[in-house]
Design a protein around this ligand. Sequence first.
Ligand code: FAD
Ligand code: SF4
Ligand code: SF4
Length: 473
Amino acid sequence: MSEPMLRFVSCSQHPPEKRPATERRHDYHEIYKGFSPDRAEEQASRCSQCGIPFCASHCPLENVIPEWLRLAAQGRLEEAYEMSSSTNSFPEICGRICPQDRLCEGNCVIQKGFRSVTIGAVERFITETAFEEGWVKPAVPVKELKQSVGIVGSGPAGMACAERLRAEGYQVHVYERQEKPGGLMMYGIPSFKLEKTIVERRWRLLEEQGIIFHLGQAIGAGDGELPLEELRRQHDAVFLATGVYRARQVKVPGVRLKGVIEALDYLKESQETSDAVNAHGKHVVVIGGGDTAMDCVRTAIRQGAKKVTCAYRRDRENMPGSRQEVLNAEEEGAYFQWLAAPEAFLGDEHVNAVRLKEMRLGGLDTEGRRTVEHAGGHSTLQADMVICALGFEAEDLPELWQQPGLAVTRWGTLKVSSDGYATSLPGVFAGGDIVRGASLVVWAIRDGREAAHAIHNHLSQRASHPQPVQENA
Ligand code: FAD
Ligand code: SF4
Ligand code: SF4
């Protein structure tokens, strides 16, 4: 077969087509269309097959990107799928929601001068084709093991860990406090970035694989909750993947006024019952500059807000969120007020305005981010609804799980061993946001997969030393 690669000079970058902003403002469907087979082959063929592929070294899963791009360019899609799914548990999800501009594509060598290969869109195309063709099968184990593992939390970390362990033959039980699995992929990230049917499709495959989901079952010390200690007795190992959910507080006067709400409450409500907290006809101000803030802005637009403004204390170049998401929000009609930090939320009982301080950028802080300071000026924005999106941190976990021996970092996240995913409690492992702090789906998948490996090693060692075998719960 002739080599179709290195076409980046003759063939320009064509990212996947976006639905027009006028149309997408009114619905929650994904905004990007998938590639056609011809377009996917053409775009994959732009890859220059680097000997040292920086795209891959900047992918948290170290996907073998040039290999599956070459196979896709040759139309060998089943092989491309085999290869891409060998390192990624949910490639169709990463292809949709990884911030590729900061990861694989942002480090593609042809980016300067020719614009990067559209890696994420090709990854999505390969996996969607695999689903259509029936190549995606549950990884049913060839032999059953007696040992069981309890997984707390069914976000990407929990799901990826469950999938790998079950493939090895372990009896895998996933405990999830919500009614559906998926974590923030189900209850945080809006459908216009990731349709819920995509997550549900993976849920079905995991069930077909033989993983038992205990939905609506929280692990904790409250009424109806299952104590962690009990879980440790029932299973040979436990994996904690509960994410971070405590919202960082905006510390200004008026924060308790009606109409001031937390980002995740807003996003969750907007997915479940569209009328409970609704921005329709309102002046909405979103505080924050990350991806969560962008998701709130764009949800408020879809609910029919009169005007949506995002206020962020740094400028466009120094915001943590994806540039592409800002662009998408602007296309849909959002306003941005850069270098603006909240000083007070104004109103009697209900918020009616936000007073903002004008900020200016200073030098770099210890984490390499620009510091900000008050530049002197002020402005006021009309607001019937204020959504606070300053990020998330961990709860008091040793208290929540009544495990004083559970070591945490100074940020409250779980401490794990330097060589892996073991917590300070024997047989208890952890990964995803609960260890990293608020991060990305792709990192959670990596943690889930690697933790499964660590748990497998731990249980294999135990099995090779005579121990009483525990029956499954
Ligand atoms: P989670 O996804 O948070 O899953 C944890 C699960 O544990 C949840 O289902 C929770 O209900 C459950 N749980 C918690 N406590 C208990 C308990 N005591 N008992 C039982 N179950 C429990 N990342 C991207 O890569 N791209 C994006 O575009 C993106 N957009 C985002 C948008 C928003 C609004 C938010 C909030 C985050 C976004 N992220 C995005 C980040 C990403 O969603 C997270 O990094 C990722 O989901 C973390 O995975 P996890 O498995 O560690 O935790
Ligand atoms: Fe890029 Fe994410 Fe896919 Fe890795 S998993 S290749 S970072 S889109
Ligand atoms: Fe291909 Fe770009 Fe990766 Fe090089 S860096 S292998 S050109 S995708």
